[in-house]
Design a protein around this ligand. Structure first.
Ligand code: PLP
Length: 404
């Protein structure tokens, strides 16, 4: 059970007002808010042991190194990776995907096929298009259906001996659809293709077990998990991380350097060139600890209640259409009302202190499918309340009254 009043006390930002109204923060799918314990972790780092890691003989550097490596182990345990060195700390989901895409550029050949889903965030589309331009690899797309799910019959037809990699989000950020990732992975593996799951939108609601999923790569961002921006993770099975070449060259990622030949460091350092976001990595670990203390089962069931309540209340508004109506979805409601432009409703909601996202949500192919310019997206977190949903729904009604 969630004690939401107590949880809200942990998030200082929830006490602020916007345009004189109490903040109602429903843009959690873009970034989550930060609990005091994570803020304290950041302050503690810069106040007490700020220094560079992995190379210092001095105490501060050793303390920072220990905390940073502890954070890696927290991430390892959270995702149930077999080894800590299978966790690469990156600057976020986008960076993680680019590391994998750049690595595959040296593996894939002309005529090989890779498969993407129609529900992707641009950061899981564009790096692969860039790769295809370079290598002559062919990009195939799993089409979507009206309810915001993937056409799995089409997927089964797309996979064949030429398929080398399938990449897809675990949960769609634009619609909240939870994709049938087990089925996607099983089929790909039957043809020896690797699978990358973009977990940026799943991880705030679901605790993934990468070994149980048997997924080859899994990526996520700390800032959607109560952590800071500019840090994230890339899980890769050891055999894949050994096989892929490093992404960037520099300090930290080498074993020896000479002008004749440089040899690379072992995992995970091979993929961590330069000074990382040390404080961010440590705070990422603190965010995961916080969410695990709340408990992902509690989070999922409470958010589901919010989703059902929000959906039911919004559907009372005339001409309101929700996009993404599968049974399996996270607490995201993407909608439009009649022909009103989503931005206009979003701007009025902001005046009422309500933060939502409007637009294409970095997923233009989904908007093209529905032939709309964008949606209003309300995304809930475990610190939101039904009272906030009431304020939001009456705000939408007010905006619609003003605009129609
Ligand atoms: C947020 C998000 C991303 C991008 O994450 P960054 O932190 O901006 O790199 C990618 N995919 C999905 C599904 C997302 O929700």
């Amino acid at each position: 059970m969630i004690n939401v009043d107590k949880i809200r006390e942990d998030f200082p930002i929830l006490k602020r007002t916007v345009h004189g109204k109490p903040l109602v923060y429903f843009d959690n799918a873009a970034t989550s808010q930060t609990p005091q314990i994570v803020i304290d972790t950041i302050v503690d780092y810069y106040s007490n042991y700020n220094s560079n890691i992995h190379r210092g003989v001095h105490t501060l550097s050793q303390e920072a190194t220990d905390k940073y490596e502890e954070a890696r182990i927290k991430v390892q345990h959270h995702f149930n990776a077999k080894e800590a060195y299978e966790i690469i700390l990156t600057s976020g989901t986008t960076n993680s995907i680019n590391i994998i895409a750049a690595g595959f550029a040296s593996i894939l050949q002309k005529g090989d096929e890779i498969i993407v889903s129609a529900l992707e965030h641009h950061s899981n589309i564009v790096p692969w298009q860039m790769l295809c331009e370079k290598t002559g690899t062919i990009l195939k797309v799993i089409p979507m259906l009206e309810d915001g799910s993937l056409n799995m019959d089409a997927y089964h037809d797309l996979v064949n001996e030429k398929t080398k990699l399938v990449f897809c989000n675990h949960v769609s950020n634009a619609l909240g659809t939870v994709n049938p990732v087990e089925e996607i992975i099983a089929k790909a593996h039957a043809f020896d293709a690797a699978v990358l799951l973009d977990g940026a939108q799943a991880t705030p609601h679901i605790k993934p077990d990468v070994q149980a999923l048997d997924v080859d790569f899994y990526v996520a961002s700390a800032h959607k998990l109560c952590g800071p921006t500019g840090v994230g993770m890339l899980y890769g099975k050891e055999k894949w991380l050994q096989k892929l070449p490093p992404y960037e060259g520099g300090g930290e990622m080498i074993a020896t350097v000479s002008f004749e030949k440089t040899t690379y460091a072992g995992l995970p350092h091979k993929f961590e060139a330069g000074t990382p976001n040390i404080c961010g990595g440590i705070a990422f670990g603190a965010g995961l600890d916080y969410m695990n203390a709340v408990g992902f089962d509690n989070i999922a069931s409470y958010e589901h209640e919010l989703l059902e309540y929000g959906t039911q209340e919004l559907l009372k508004i005339e001409n309101l259409k929700i996009y993404g109506t599968t049974a399996e979805k996270t607490a995201v409601i993407s909608f439009n009302v009649g022909g009103i432009h989503p931005y206009d409703i979003g701007a009025i909601l902001d005046k009422l202190g309500i933060a939502v996202r409007t637009g294409h949500h970095c997923a233009q192919p989904i908007m093209d499918f529905y032939q709309i310019p964008g949606t209003i997206r309300a995304s809930f977190s475990f610190y939101n309340t039904k009272e906030e949903i009431d304020i939001f729904v009456s705000g939408v009604k007010r905006a619609v009254g003003m605009l129609s």
